[in-house]
Design a protein around this ligand. Structure first.
Ligand code: DGJ
Length: 736
């Protein structure tokens, strides 16, 4: 039973295979957090509470409780504003009397198998009810009539607890939610590193680690999307952890808009973690009878270090977040024409690429930006989703027919949320973009952002997309998004609801995605935002793969994919072999290395196949064969990071290495890439996750090793390596 309620002690305990999470109801109805960590059988956990009053300055509530209750120092399950908890809080509600003092007390709870859907939002789900159990705790703020339901689901086979919050107005007056985090956890210590993934365009998700300090630390996005800059994820790793050992607590937000992860260490050395929608410029008015659903936070506990946490996220996001047939169906090898042609293409050019794709075993051609309106550069036509017949002579259906006739599938690019000022759509509806009356409209990449909170706007875009997608055999859509949101205002909402627009925008995008998938259930959707600017768990609910970065340089991709793998599975990371010198870095790296690096994700090509020489064509054939040969172990295996490419040891060759191990441990794929070589250097690499008792055979050399040997002594990589050189080892152990 993942959820236990000890009615005598009034303690709730949520158990996963290796973790426990506990809270109690105080005599006066406060929910007090008791414990989060390794599995414990006990429910008698009240002694863990911090009872300190923090000298004379602490105000105490609930005098009926033994010795009073200082909210200043208590571990609180869902901290609220205004009654003596001076840390950052999870919830603040401004009532009809103008005050934002909020006070919530336990009223009831229920426990049931499975996991509920979250209205209008992406969220993890169970494939059958035995996979998780849900606890809903209803708390009430008597004065405002705010009814707060804290929703927890504990997974039975993974160390995962999900959190979200629903707020209902049960009074006869409106109130305003001014801050609502989806999860709060009060830890009793501060001896942790905080891990997060920071970056920028073409350099997304670099793993950053810093030790907690007193005071506030955290990350956020106020860009209207989860952003290139801060991924909606943090972890606390207890001192002494490593990649494969020690305790790590992960927090990942299933949301693609503004978010905040606030970590605060107080004077008692206790640490509060809050995660939710960013409170800055957020407010949500609830009329009587209305309710608000906050997005989900996925908490993962690992006692096998950062790697253990990642493998849990990978499994959960692959099987309990991604949906539809493509969550497990083998993905096609794609060739995308963006870096091959940019805007300069026509049907003949695309068919020529498709011919080579067919010859080389590449399975799908994706036509990127530039096929619609009169778009020959990035200055026009977003919003005009009709075919440019000057480029696609004979039309789209004819092009797709020709490509399909070669045995190649067809995919297409859209940027549905954007509008160019130079477009028929903008000329007809200048009020359809996000804007604030009296303010200049900021422009980014020559485009404005459509007001996706409006149904009429979504209907128009849906109808246009529907027409295109049903006009030909289109099996894939790349959904791009290429600027941040500014002047976030909507013409249809009243002044007191303008701070709802950023969240309503996201709800609108999710609704449109859902509508599209309902209309085209077999479509493979690839998310994209100028590369990986919206690479988050929210988008994975709709698109099982996301373009990882606009930086296709194999060496840069080592770091980007390393960071991305901290949370997201290989099947989610779209990765392509591109031409050299690389368009983003001007670096030249071996064609083989480019293939080995891209093969760690959803594999494809981003170059002009018609320009490859014979050697390169031979390598493509080999890569295509390898992709099919290794697909299962890469996509379904457990992922281990062996060498961190961002870690430069100075006296040692800088390199990257990662490994996939099949679930029965009988197949292993190891990839090693040298970034900067050094002479006279020795290097051994120890494998992980094998069965020490099995004998593993290198399928290329035929040499055998025990699993124990590979994990304890490892492979000897000493020798001469060139900059950018890579090697892949494939081991199998006999299946009984
Ligand atoms: C940004 C994407 O990341 C690229 O792959 C490409 O689709 C361009 N947009 C097209 O404008």
């Amino acid at each position: 039973m993942p959820v236990v309620f000890d009615s005598e002690k009034r303690v709730f305990k949520l158990d996963t295979p290796s973790s426990s999470y506990a809270m109690k109801i105080s005599p006066t109805g406060y929910l007090l957090h008791l414990y989060y960590g390794a599995y414990v059988p006990d429910t008698d956990l009240d002694y863990l509470r911090m009872r300190q009053r923090n000298a004379a300055f602490s105000a105490c509530v609930a005098s009926a409780e033994e010795g009073g209750l200082s909210l200043d120092t208590a571990q609180l399950e869902y901290p609220v504003n205004g009654s003596g908890d001076f840390r950052s809080v999870a919830l603040s509600v401004r009532g009809a009397n103008g005050s934002s003092v909020t006070d919530i007390r336990y009223r009831s709870h229920r426990i049931y198998p499975g996991k509920p859907k979250l209205e209008g939002l992406p969220a993890t789900y169970t494939n059958d009810d035995s996979e998780a159990e849900t606890l809903e705790i209803v708390c009430v703020d008597e004065l405002t009539g705010a009814e707060i339901t804290l929703i927890y689901a504990a997974f039975s086979k993974l160390d995962v607890i999900t959190r979200s919050v629903r707020i209902a107005n049960t009074s006869d007056k409106p109130f305003s939610i001014e801050r609502v985090h989806s999860a709060a956890v009060d830890f009793t210590e501060m001896d942790f590193d905080m891990l997060h993934l920071q970056g920028r365009w073409a350099k997304e998700r670099t793993l950053v680690t810093r030790h907690l300090e007193f005071g506030l630390q955290g990350i956020h996005s106020r860009r209207g999307s989860s952003s290139h800059n801060n991924n909606p994820f943090i972890a606390l790793a207890r001192d002494g952890y490593t990649e494969e050992s020690g305790e790590v607590f992960g927090f990942s937000f299933v949301y693609s808009g503004n978010f905040a992860a606030e970590v605060e260490v107080d004077c008692m050395r206790s640490t509060r973690v809050l995660m939710g929608t960013d409170p800055v410029d957020f407010a949500w008015k609830l009329e009587p009878g209305e309710s608000f659903q906050a997005p989900e936070v996925v908490m993962v506990y690992s006692d096998h270090g950062v790697g253990g946490m990642s493998r849990t996220y990978h499994k959960l996001y692959r099987f309990n977040l991604c949906r539809g047939e493509w969550k497990t169906k083998k993905r096609p090898i794609i060739v995308n024409n963006w870096e091959a042609t940019y805007f300069n293409f026509d049907s003949e050019k695309l068919v020529a690429i498709a011919k080579d794709a067919a010859d080389l075993g590449i399975e799908m051609l994706v036509m990127d930006d530039g096929w619609f309106g009169k778009r020959n550069n990035d200055k026009s036509s977003l919003g005009d989703w009709y075919v440019n017949e000057d480029k696609l002579k004979g039309g789209l259906a004819e092009l797709v027919r020709r490509v399909n006739a070669l045995g190649v599938k067809f995919g297409i690019w859209f940027e549905p949320e954007m509008i160019s000022p130079d477009s028929d759509l903008y000329r007809a509806h200048p009020d359809w973009c996000l804007h604030t009356e009296g303010r200049e409209r900021s422009i980014g990449r020559n485009q404005y952002v459509l007001d996706m909170s409006r149904k009429d706007v979504r209907d128009n875009i849906f109808d246009q997309m529907y027409k295109i997608l049903s006009s030909a055999n289109i099996e894939y859509v790349k959904w791009d998004f290429n600027r941040n949101l500014t002047e976030v205002g909507s013409e249809l909402l009243p002044p007191d609801r303008q701070s709802e627009v950023a969240h309503r925008y996201m709800l609108g995008v999710y609704e449109l995605l859902e509508r599209l998938l309902a209309a085209f259930p077999h479509l493979l959707l690839e998310g994209c935002s100028g590369g990986g600017g919206r690479f988050d768990a929210g988008m994975l609910y709709y698109s099982p793969q996301i373009w990882t970065s606009d930086d296709t340089d194999a060496i840069e991709r080592l770091e980007i994919q390393y960071g991305t793998s901290i949370v997201y599975p290989p099947s989610a990371m779209s990765a392509h072999v591109s031409a050299c010198p690389n368009h983003q870095t001007k670096r030249t790296s071996p064609f083989k290395t480019r293939g080995d690096v891209a093969m760690a994700g959803a594999f494809g090509y981003e170059l002009d196949l018609t320009k490859l020489n014979d050697d390169e064509r031979g390598l493509v054939r080999r890569q295509v064969a390898d992709y099919h040969r290794y697909y299962d172990v890469i996509q379904n295996g457990d992922y281990y990071r062996l060498i961190n490419p961002t870690e430069s040891k100075g006296d040692m060759t800088s390199a990257a290495a990662w490994e996939s191990v099949s679930s029965d441990k009988r197949e292993v794929l190891l990839t090693y890439v040298v970034i900067r070589t050094q002479p006279s250097m020795s290097r051994y690499i120890r494998l992980r996750g094998l069965d020490p008792a099995l004998t593993y055979t290198d399928t290329e050399s035929g040499r055998s090793y025990s699993g124990a040997l590979l994990m304890n002594a490892g492979l000897n990589l000493t020798g001469f390596w060139r900059d950018g050189e890579s090697r892949v080892w494939h081991f199998t152990a006999e299946r009984k």
